[in-house]
Design a protein around this ligand. Structure first.
Ligand SMILES: *Cc1c(COP(=O)(O)O)cnc(C)c1O
Length: 348
């Protein structure tokens, strides 16, 4: 196979990823700090994220589905992998074959694992108020889990990124379950939950977004580094005379004679139309505002202030997650997981 370079690339900063994990591990106090690497490591590449974090000392990883688990095989030595969506009726072959634990989410899943799990250990999710996945507290306390070999008992916080009374309510509910249901380890906190304080950490934390440079709560501002740097190659430079317009719908009109940089990136790459009027890029320290509409494969920047910029040069697309999220209306999660397959991903 020849390798064909893409006009789009994600520069991924492994030192920043590891520094973020170390900060989260320190904030987790005595608890082990794991990593959520579902959705292909939030778009960065799950296998590479796992390898970098294993080197830093991370041992506990979480994916959503068995297909995601299979893509991570063979696992590095000593690594624990949990599959958050548990075992549906079509998952048992994979669940018996792969060295990963299901996170059982319902009485049906518990029964399925008892019947066909060959006594292997599992994890269990308790729903303490989010009403998404997990056994209800009364189900967990009603004997459904008796005799099950539970490795990690989990619950998930619904509002940890806000100062909501729901956080303390879920903490109290999880503590009560912990008194009654025995497991080797207990785990509650995602990234935002880690920022809520040590009492949320229990034995194991499960950060995702903060590893990748997202800011889950104000407590982490200034502590976490940007990991993902999208870059796009300049396809064409053009002069646009004053009063002419650029792009579909002619939504931008040149006020003066302008130089416009047209770049290989668009909404098919996850750079969505809501960036119009707000997005930007830099080249050589100069800011280039996004102009006009976002097309499927193309966007345009006003490069009038960037003398010397030429075809084939790479622009660094603005992707500071909290800033771009508030400007675009997308969440920090969507900004990462939407980044498409046309980016070459390379780690520095
Ligand atoms: C995705 C996920 C996490 C990580 O959440 P972040 O908000 O990205 O830190 C942790 N636990 C569960 C159950 C998840 O689904």
């Amino acid at each position: 196979m020849i390798s064909i370079p893409s006009p789009l690339r994600l520069r991924l900063d492994s030192a920043a990823l590891i520094a973020n994990w170390r900060w989260l591990a320190a904030e987790s106090g005595g608890a082990a700090c794991g990593a959520a690497i579902k959705a292909d490591g939030y778009g960065l590449g799950a296998r590479a994220v796992m390898e970098h974090l294993v080197k830093a000392g991370c041992r506990d990883f979480f994916v959503a589905t068995w297909a995601e688990a299979a893509a991570l095989m063979p696992l590095p030595e000593g690594v624990s992998l949990s599959v958050l969506h548990g075992v549906g009726s079509t998952d048992m072959v994979a669940a018996r074959m792969l060295p990963a634990r299901p996170v059982l989410n319902s009485l049906e899943q518990v029964a399925r694992w008892r019947d066909a799990g060959e006594g292997r250990p599992c994890d269990v999710m308790i729903d303490t108020g989010m009403n998404r996945l997990g056994l209800r507290v009364e189900e967990a306390l009603g004997g459904a889990l008796d005799g099950l070999a539970i490795h990690t008992l989990l619950s998930h916080l619904a509002s940890a990124d806000e100062d909501s009374p729901q956080n303390a309510q879920q903490l109290a509910a999880f503590r009560a379950v912990r008194e009654k249901v025995s497991a080797r380890r207990y785990s509650l906190a995602n990234s935002a939950g880690i920022c809520l304080g040590a009492e949320y950490a229990f034995d194991l934390t499960r950060p995702g977004i903060a590893l990748y440079g997202g800011i889950p709560r104000a407590e982490s501002e200034g502590k976490l580094r940007q990991v993902v740097f999208p870059e796009a190659r300049l396809l064409q430079m053009r002069g646009v005379p004053a009063s002419e317009s650029v792009g579909y719908g002619a939504t931008w009109t040149a006020q003066a004679d302008s130089r416009v940089a047209v770049v290989n990136m668009g909404y098919a790459d996850g750079y969505l139309r809501c960036h119009a009027g707000r997005g930007g890029a830099t080249w050589n320290g100069k800011a280039l505002p996004l102009i006009g509409r976002v097309s499927m494969d193309l966007i345009a920047f006003d490069a009038s202030g960037a003398a010397g910029l030429n075809e084939g040069d790479w622009l660094a697309v603005d992707y500071d997650l909290p800033g771009v999220a508030s400007a675009s209306g997308l969440s920090q999660y969507e900004l990462l997981t939407g980044l498409g397959a046309r980016f070459d991903r390379f780690w520095i």
